[in-house]
Design a protein around this ligand. Structure first.
Ligand code: SAM
Length: 266
């Protein structure tokens, strides 16, 4: 399958953002787990199954079925895996991403499933949508990888309708995975990206100070890895995952690797 390169709507001038775009064109999230032909329905099904196995918390905290009829924008949509769930539930979806390869894949994902959705190569720090356009803006694993987070948040706030909701996920610096990284020296996925940031819960709340009703929910506790091999992976899969998951959630929750945020614009 060939990759059709869609056009970006405004040329990028910030060298850091150009680096971010080039990195993500080369490292589409989770692509390495798929064995089916690139762009086939089997390929997108594999990406979906892998993601919702690893992130089994996601449909529990984001009730995709409750967004029927809503206008949903995803910033940094990658291959559109999560947007499929919004669209299947009846939302009107638009996905934007800096990486042309992501947008091409997202379009193919929707076409393979006969779903309606619009996908555009666009900088989330400089959106071309009018003020107050969307009921929901979703960005899972995006703020921590972009060049200017306050600029992206300002843009998202601008295009969100009053009464609208934002849903974000960033990485928790004070988490079990950072602990593993420092003690066992494991590499974190995409920590080689041109921008890679982690936040404490307090810092994330401060970052979202321009929104209202901010609620942060730590999620993503250890699950067995399929990506890593060798002695460390065996120890991790056989001992650490089981031991961690028998601890009461009330104690371990603040140390979840993903900080999900829900907030509104009044
Ligand atoms: C870790 S991937 C996450 C993709 C998808 N949300 C997911 O969870 O699979 C980060 C994505 O954010 C995109 N991104 C980073 N900065 C961006 C920006 N300023 N505007 C639009 N997309 C951006 C990258 O191109 C990349 O596709």
């Amino acid at each position: 399958m060939s990759i059709a390169i869609p056009e970006i709507e405004k040329e990028l001038t910030d060298p850091k953002l150009i680096e971010v775009r080039d990195y993500w064109n080369e490292h589409i999230h989770d692509l390495e787990i798929a064995t089916e032909p690139l762009g086939s329905i089997g390929f997108f099904d594999q990406l979906d199954a892998y993601r919702f196995d690893k992130l089994h918390y996601l449909p529990k905290v984001v009730d995709f079925s409750s967004y029927a009829g809503k206008d949903v924008l995803e910033v940094g949509c990658g291959a559109g895996i999560d947007l499929v769930h919004f669209a299947r539930a009846g939302a009107n979806v638009i996905g934007v991403d800096l990486a042309e390869v992501s947008i091409d894949l997202a379009r193919k994902n929707f076409a393979a499933r006969n779903l309606a959705g619009e996908f555009r190569v666009m900088n989330g720090q400089d959106l071309t949508f009018a003020d107050n356009s969307f009921d929901v803006v979703y960005g899972h694993g995006v703020l921590q990888y972009t060049a200017d987070v306050p600029a992206m948040l300002r843009e998202i706030h601008r295009v969100l309708k009053p009464g609208g909701q934002v849903i974000f996920m960033v990485y928790n610096r004070i988490s079990w995975l950072n602990f593993m990284k420092n003690i066992v020296k494991v590499d974190l996925e995409h920590e080689d990206a041109p921008v890679f940031m982690t936040y404490s819960i307090k810092e994330f709340k401060l970052l979202l100070a321009g929104f209202d009703d901010v609620e942060i929910i730590p999620e993503r506790f250890p699950v067995k890895t399929k990506l890593h091999k060798g002695f460390k992976a065996v120890l991790y899969n056989k001992i650490f995952v089981g031991a961690f998951n028998i601890l009461p959630k009330a104690i371990v929750r603040p140390f979840g690797w993903h900080l999900m945020a829900f907030a509104t614009k009044k």
